[in-house]
Design a protein around this ligand. Structure first.
Ligand code: ARG
Length: 460
């Protein structure tokens, strides 16, 4: 037999391999809930404009509700012959309620149906992801608050630059996530528009009420062009792009955590439950969670490039190519969910090795800029001050002494305007406390940033 959903014009059944090759049901059954949600709204709308009777509509809703339960119980039998989630559910509906089931597809095509399903699915997932981002930000805040005055070396070029507070460093991570949250929110706006009603590509002859369907499904409004409605996958690309940026951020934190947890840095302690051991080296404790998040960043970038390439050069309107949008999209969602969850659980549990961070900051002449600024305060031009301090550092490298470990006489050999109060600025505490303005590393500013962030999160 030919396919019962569209077999009328065919003279032979579809080749068995082609049926498997073109089927998407193995992965698009993930959208079953949204497919049913969309069909119920479509049915209600058809009844309200008189295309279906109220009785037919009730039968459809009843049948679809039962099918949703069958799926939830794992009893639904998915069939490759029925190609995709849409035709599987519709065929089962007809099996259950007879001819009325065949009326559901009136004024609709799988082209606008699938576009609607993906948008409903993406909206649910983005809402979940927004909550996970918030949870991760809360985790960062709780650690940053504890570490507001913990001193560590700040780096540029991975060379010790100036002392910073660990809390300040963590609040940099928070800012990245804040932008990521905003990007997801922005992407959600363009997801939340209803394509249903576009039918195959040109619209439909039935007197449909698209505003009603949009309202029933919680969409902002219907789309304005039927051709665009069935062929637009911008929202998937935007989402994958926002996801790529989130993964990029997390890969940077991952890299820092991996370095910091090494014996060479020894800045942080990662609880054992986030690490694994080695099958050969008994001493090993490996930071697998951050490493894996760093690694998974690659596949999300791959999906972004895959989707961009999928859409490249596609003429209007729907093409079967578009069926290829789902696997990269679903894997992006899964990867992002897993990575956010891992970090939201792990980051607040990090413990700092304060003494090691402090020692590392002291070793790298990290207060050299403070000494230069001190000389400027004594009337020396900044460029000359830079030169004087450079010479003092050169001496320190040779003698194995940090600036704060030199005697006043030693320092005065480089500039006689240096007085005993210089030691106030040469200490690490003095250095961080002096950067006391919005966005600066002073402990007071870290606490202010945490407070500001808390207000931000509470307003969500
Ligand atoms: N499974 C298809 C997809 O994911 C549904 C739409 C099919 N439409 C069609 N005209 N073949 O894109």
């Amino acid at each position: 037999t030919t396919n019962q959903q569209w077999g009328g014009r065919f003279s032979e059944p579809v080749d068995a391999f082609v049926a498997r090759f073109t089927a998407s049901v193995e992965f698009d059954q993930r959208m079953a809930k949204q497919d049913i949600q969309g069909s119920i709204a479509h049915g209600k709308m058809l009844a309200s404009v008189g295309v279906l009777t109220e009785e037919e509509c009730d039968q459809i809703i009843q049948g679809l509700t039962e099918i949703e339960e069958e799926i939830a119980r794992g009893e639904f039998e998915w069939s490759i012959e029925l190609e995709d989630v849409h035709m599987n559910i519709e065929a089962r509906l007809t099996q259950k309620i007879g001819i009325t089931g065949k009326k559901l597809h009136t004024g609709r095509s799988r082209n606008d149906q699938v576009a609607t399903d993906i948008r409903l699915y993406m909206r649910d997932e983005v809402d979940f992801l927004l909550d996970e981002v918030t949870r991760l930000q809360q985790g960062i805040l709780s650690l940053a608050e504890k570490e507001a005055d913990t001193i560590m070396p700040g780096f540029t070029h991975l060379q010790t630059a100036q002392p910073v507070t660990f809390g300040h460093h963590l609040m940099a991570w928070y800012e990245m996530m804040q932008r990521d949250y905003e990007r997801l929110m922005d992407c959600r706006k363009r997801i939340n528009i209803l394509p249903l009603g576009a039918a195959a590509l040109a619209g439909t002859t039935y007197p449909i009420d698209r505003n009603m369907t949009a309202e029933l499904l919680g969409f902002e409004r219907p789309t304005y062009n039927s051709l665009d409605s069935v062929s637009d996958r911008d929202f998937a690309i935007e989402f994958t792009s926002a996801a790529s940026i989130i993964m990029m951020h997390m890969s940077r934190w991952a890299e820092e955590m991996v370095m910091w947890a090494s014996a060479q840095f020894n800045f942080i302690y990662l609880p054992d439950r986030f690490c694994t051991g080695s099958s050969i080296m008994p001493q090993k404790k490996n930071p697998d969670v951050p490493e894996l998040v760093r690694g998974k960043t690659g596949r999300v970038y791959g999906h972004l490039m895959g989707l961009l390439t999928l859409m490249k050069s596609q003429c209007l309107a729907y093409n079967k190519d578009n069926q290829e949008d789902k696997e990269p999209l679903f894997d992006t969602v899964d990867t992002l969910k897993g990575s956010l969850r891992a970090f939201a659980d792990m980051i607040p549990a990090i413990e700092s090795r304060k003494e090691h961070m402090y020692e590392a900051a002291r070793r790298g002449f990290s207060t050299a800029t403070d000494l230069a600024d001190y000389l400027v305060g004594q009337g020396v031009a900044f460029r000359d001050a830079h030169e004087v301090v450079g010479k003092a550092v050169g001496y320190g490298v040779k003698e194995g002494k940090d600036l704060s470990e030199m005697t006043l006489e030693e320092l005065q050999a480089f500039g006689d305007m240096i007085k005993s109060d210089v030691f106030d600025v040469l200490t690490l505490e003095g250095s961080v406390a002096a950067r006391d303005h919005i966005g600066g590393t002073a402990p007071a500013q870290v606490l202010a940033a945490v407070a500001r962030a808390k207000t931000e999160l509470e307003a969500r």
